[in-house]
Design a protein around this ligand. Structure first.
Ligand code: BES
Ligand code: ZN
Ligand code: ZN
Length: 493
């Protein structure tokens, strides 16, 4: 879907449908004071009290001029309108557009006193593009019937600045990448296995001129990445580690690391059917990193960014690694495998110490579908963050508030670090009540042990990365959570 700004006057506009947003107060004003709305058809609707501007309400009105239809969309109480309300309201617009099978339509940009014009542009672009997602690649029959939306025209009531146009362009790139990321995470785990993901990364690196390095299993063995090798042992697809470097700035490197378990069966500690069902989503962290690398290149962000993706499939079988094994990590610390299903922390551990030593970055961010426990704590609404640096936590929190990809900090007190001391090795991968207590914190504590001094933040997206049902502009299945959050965060550095 294309999205562009038009400077047409309403009197010159010819369109299938013009979307107009209203707050409750605006409707009341028109009703009580007899102020003339833009179109006489709207006046009729308001006098009839059929449309009151309530949030979630829409009203379709036919006209007899060049604008065939008007879609009135409620934003609710003026005081309560924020960017998130606008994004959500756009979902109702898209539903109507799809019902009517329109290929093009127009939106009149609203003016909302307390929200900056460029933020309104951003929220509408996000709402429209993110709502226009459906994982329908494999719905052959349905795809024959539905028509894709070709373009949306944004109409400005007054003059538009260069700034707004830029924001719309950039936001479109970001949101197209969120939709691409959703497609990747929803994709079958046999299609997007470690080998295929590394090929995809290679193609992206080539297209955008990024440096790329791919370690195969032989290289990983030679380097002493025993944790990654072992997690990947039970699979027909060998593990890979992909390292991408984007250089376009003067300041020190920032490293992004994403958990890339292309399928998590649990290994010999096999998951029960209900929990294994959606485990193709366990690659979300790595793919978020890949999508971010692509996005920063497309928007020409001024930054030096290194993206690292450890990729393994955690499978059961005669070759699989075992509970009770003692493994030597890249850092030299030994790890007792209490549970083969706590595999994410193992592959991330090797990479965290590797990245710290190799790149000496000023900051490391890891993103991972690490623990089911985060769902118990926050449900699907908030991601957990754990860190060794207060400043980073605060910045990430603010990015969460702005993007509505919200994060909340959990504590990493020393007592938690003590809980994972090994019985026969340096560290164990469950610890505290065999994984029963403080699961998300213990996951973070394990990672913490593999970082020496670098500022670091871990984001657990096991709850926010996958939805059981659609919620407005966020579809069922892969949500794409994390890309907008981390991009906003990188922008504040
Ligand atoms: N990939 C899972 C975490 C997960 C759970 C992601 C639910 C998405 C939805 C992870 O590898 C895992 O299995 N974690 C275990 C840890 C436990 C064994 C300490 C868990 O959360 O049950
Ligand atoms: Zn697992
Ligand atoms: Zn996992």
């Amino acid at each position: 879907m294309d999205i562009f700004v038009s400077s047409k006057k309403l009197s010159e506009l010819k369109t299938n449908m013009l979307v107009i947003f209203f707050s409750k107060e605006e409707i009341k004003k028109i009703f009580k004071k007899g102020i003339k709305p833009l179109f006489k058809e709207i006046e009729k609707v308001i006098i009839s009290k059929d449309f009151d501007g309530e949030f979630k309400k829409t009203m379709l009105v036919h006209t007899e001029n060049k604008i065939k239809r008007l879609l009135l969309v409620g934003l609710g109480n003026e005081k309560k309108i924020d960017e998130e309300k606008i994004r959500k309201a756009c979902y109702f617009v898209l539903s109507e557009v799809k019902d009517l099978k329109l290929e093009t339509f127009s939106i009149l940009l609203p003016t909302i006193k307390k929200i900056k014009k460029e933020n309104i542009c951003k929220a509408i672009t996000e709402g429209v593009i993110l709502s226009d997602y459906d994982f329908n690649k494999y719905k052959i029959e349905e795809r024959k019937r539905v028509k894709d939306i070709k373009y949306v025209e944004l109409i400005f009531p007054k003059v538009i600045g260069k700034g707004e146009k830029e924001i719309i362009k950039k936001t479109k790139i970001v949101c197209d990448n969120v939709n691409l990321l959703r497609d990747w995470v929803n994709e079958d785990s046999d299609k997007l296995n470690p080998l295929e993901i590394s090929k995809m990364a290679k193609d992206i690196a080539k297209k955008y001129g990024l440096k790329i390095n791919i370690f195969d299993e032989k290289m990983l063995k030679r380097m002493g990445m025993e944790l990654i090798i072992n997690v990947g042992r039970g699979s027909r697809y060998p593990p890979r580690v992909v390292i991408m470097e984007y250089k376009n700035g003067k300041s020190d490197n920032i490293v992004l690391i994403g958990k890339g378990i292309t399928f998590d069966s649990g290994g010999l500690d096999l998951k029960p059917p209900k929990y294994i069902e959606n485990m193709k989503m366990d690659k979300a962290g790595a793919l978020t990193v890949l999508a971010i690398m692509k996005t920063v290149a497309e928007i020409d962000m001024k930054i030096n960014l290194i993206g690292i993706m450890p990729l393994c499939e955690n499978m059961i079988g005669p070759m699989a690694y075992k509970p009770g094994s003692i493994l030597k990590s890249f850092s030299g610390k030994t790890v007792e495998v209490e549970d083969t299903d706590a595999e994410g922390r193992l592959i991330l551990a090797d990479i965290l110490s590797y990245a710290e030593r190799t790149f000496k970055p000023k900051l490391m961010v890891d993103i991972a579908t690490l623990t089911g426990s985060v769902l118990i704590t926050f449900g699907e609404y908030v991601a957990a963050m754990l860190s060794n640096n207060k400043k980073i936590v605060n910045a990430m929190f603010q990015s969460g508030q702005r993007t509505y990809e919200r994060v909340w900090e959990l504590p990493l007190y020393d007592e938690y670090l003590d809980e994972i001391k090994g019985d026969v090795a340096d560290i164990k991968n469950l610890g505290y009540k065999k994984g029963l207590y403080a699961g998300t914190i213990i996951g973070g504590a394990f990672l913490r042990k593999f970082i020496d001094r670098t500022p670091w933040i871990h984001i657990d997206i096991a709850g926010t990365g996958w939805y059981e049902k659609r919620r407005y502009y966020i579809p069922k299945g892969a949500t794409g959570f994390g890309l907008r959050l981390i991009l906003d965060f990188l922008n504040t550095l």
